[in-house]
Design a protein around this ligand. Sequence first.
Ligand SMILES: [Mn+2]
Length: 321
Amino acid sequence: MKKISEEILKHRKFLITTHVEPDGDAVGSTLAMWHALKAMGKEVVACLADPVPPIYRFLPGSREILNEVPLGFNPDCVIVLDCSELRRAGRILDEIDMETVVLMNIDHHNSNDRFGDFSFVEESAATGELVYELMGDLKIPLTHDMGMCIYTAILTDTGGFRYRNTTRRSLQIAAEIVGLGVNPGEIAERACESYPLERFQILGKALRNLRVSCNGKVADFFVTQKMFNGNGVSPSIVEGFVNYPREINGVLVSVFFREKAKGQYRVSLRSKGDADVSEVAQFFGGGGHRNAAGCLVEGDFETARRHVLERVCEAVRGCEG
Ligand SMILES: [Mn+2]
């Protein structure tokens, strides 16, 4: 981390980005970093390949996040947040002359491949926690706005401080932020309880195809493009669907398939306890953490689904010894 802090001090023009289909940690940690660099008097642009999901647009600064690198903006340092590998940042980095920039990789996925000139990769609940640590190292005072962003990053990546990645440190950081006047109930309402009705209409359809396998230990379901009904809702509307079947008693792994294009499915995996879903995701070319991971599969849906579930069931059996 020291090296990253020293390096940040050396540069003047920054571009910050994060993964495609950004979640609360991606948006929160990007904005926290954006506020921090601004506070240091740096020139900084935050630029994401996909739009900020509406539910995170309450975060201060979110309206200034761009979807394209401004013409003529040549950063000397690019910071990639919450990405286990560089290609997760999507098309944004294609718009930049990567030969001339210093690339920094700040992330909390243990599957991170350590891309970049400098990486700060540490297992923690959220990338937001690492941005918090970095700000401390750089002696940037935490403001209410930064606090909202970091709190949201941790809140969403820990499932509301419920998952096993939640640590004493996560709660300490959250407590410090609450001390700045940030209201936990208010953030939770905005970040977790402000979904459009369409989300629940799609969820209703999707839950009808919920299947339980592997002796009741694995639950999976899916959404097709058709369920979106072409009514203009963005795929981010189903973010977090994978978490619902986790709440079933006895289920150790939940799997959610989203049809991205014909014959192409985004797979989200969540587990409770020791079942390692990042190994499953990595087998299919994806990545993540022990309890939260994802990958893409292609081909006929039932065949792809069977392959994924076979691996998942193996992982569940493996951890039972
Ligand atoms: Mn994250």
